[in-house]
Structure formats: structure tokens, C-alpha cells
Design a protein around this ligand. Structure first.
Ligand SMILES: CC(C)(COP(=O)(O)OP(=O)(O)OC[C@H]1O[C@@H](n2cnc3c(N)ncnc32)[C@H](O)[C@@H]1OP(=O)(O)O)[C@@H](O)C(=O)NCCC(=O)NCCS
Length: 159
């Protein structure tokens, strides 16, 4: 477990799954309209059900951030080197929670011997990933439901 004065990071438990799905949906509905169409936002917002969140927790390394015992964000690492998810409760944006979660994902990847971390980053998250030390590689198109999205492939060397 690691913590700053306000944020505690711990590995996610199965029981966190519904909260993770809720944070994901609210984060996307809050941030998506800034750079997505309404149809894209709707498709993205419905992409993480509680059942899928349970799979993230069981099959991968998922961490949650807590403020005063309330889960306010989560991040997932997919071996061998993918920073797969980073979502913060819209009521707690720009409080350093994303940065704290990114640091733990980086430590996790480093412990497993990854030479770099790779991510497919939405337009709304690029500034945050740049601040974590990721650099731009190339635009990439993803299909989610019936919607296509342009994301940016970004990476960070851990060497
Ligand atoms: C991207 C996201 C996880 C960032 O979480 P956060 O807790 O607000 O991030 P932090 O507070 O740690 O901020 C990280 C950096 O990004 C900057 N930043 C974050 N949001 C910003 C915004 N909207 N505008 C400008 N800068 C922003 C912060 O100032 C900080 O930079 P600094 O360290 O140089 O001061 C959050 O906005 C989110 O959940 N977005 C919706 C979901 C999403 O797009 N996830 C990524 C999928 S690829």
C-alpha cells in the first residue's frame, strides 16, 4: 500500500467492481463531451460494466485510490507492459489522484521487469499522460461498440 497525505492507493478487491464501473461511467460522461460526439460518449460510457470490472480485478493488476475511505479512482496494468485504464471520479479531478495511480502502475511494471509502459490515450487525457512522462507516438483508431475513436499511442521508458 502507498499513500500521500490525502490519497491512499491499494490493490482492488472484487467488491470494488461496482464502484469502478460507476467511476468509469461518470468520468466518461463528465469528460467525454469535451472531445467526443454524443454517440461516442455514450458508447464509451457503457463499456465497463461491473462484470467487466470484476474481470479487470481478477485477470490484471488493478489499483484503487481512496480519499477518506472512499474510492475516487482506479488504474489497471495489463502484463507485460500496458497501462490499460486510468479513471478518476469527476468530483476529484486535478487533485493529483491520476498522478498517484500512474506512479503505482509504473512501480508495478518496473517490478515485473518491463522496459517501458505503453498506453492508448484519449484526447482528454493526453496532458495528464504527458505530465506522467509519456511521449506521443502515433494516432490510432479504436472501435468501441459501433463507434470509432482516435486515440494516441503513448509510451514511457522505464529504463
Ligand atoms: C485523465 C485523468 C485520469 C486525470 O486524472 P487527475 O486525477 O485529474 O490527474 P492529476 O490531478 O494527477 O493531474 C495530472 C496532470 O494533468 C494535468 N491535468 C489534468 N486534467 C487536466 C485538464 N483538464 N486540463 C489541464 N491539465 C490537466 C494536471 O494539471 C497535472 O499536471 P501537473 O502534474 O503538471 O500539474 C482524468 O481526467 C479522467 O479520469 N479523465 C476521464 C477518463 C479518461 O480519459 N481516462 C484516460 C483514458 S486513456
Amino acid at each position: 500500500m502507498s499513500s500521500t497525505s490525502e490519497v491512499t492507493i491499494r490493490i482492488a478487491a472484487i467488491d470494488d467492481a461496482p464502484v469502478l464501473a460507476d467511476i468509469f461511467t461518470r468520468a466518461v460522461l463528465d469528460q467525454g463531451p469535451g472531445f467526443c460526439t454524443a454517440a461516442q460518449t455514450a458508447a464509451w460510457a457503457s463499456a465497463l460494466t461491473a462484470e467487466r470490472a470484476r474481470s479487470l480485478i481478477v485477470d490484471h493488476a488493478t489499483y484503487v485510490a481512496e480519499c477518506t475511505d472512499t474510492v475516487v479512482g482506479f488504474a489497471t496494468f495489463v502484463a507485460p507492459d500496458v497501462f490499460h485504464m486510468l479513471y478518476v471520479d469527476p468530483d476529484h479531478l486535478v487533485e493529483g489522484i491520476g498522478t498517484a495511480l500512474a506512479a503505482v502502475i509504473e512501480q508495478h511494471a518496473h517490478r515485473l521487469g518491463a522496459g517501458e509502459l505503453r498506453a492508448e490515450v484519449s484526447d482528454g487525457a493526453r496532458i495528464a499522460f504527458e505530465s506522467f512522462g509519456f511521449r506521443h507516438e502515433e494516432p490510432h483508431t479504436k472501435l468501441l461498440g459501433d463507434q470509432t475513436f482516435t486515440v494516441t499511442r503513448m509510451s514511457k521508458s522505464l529504463g
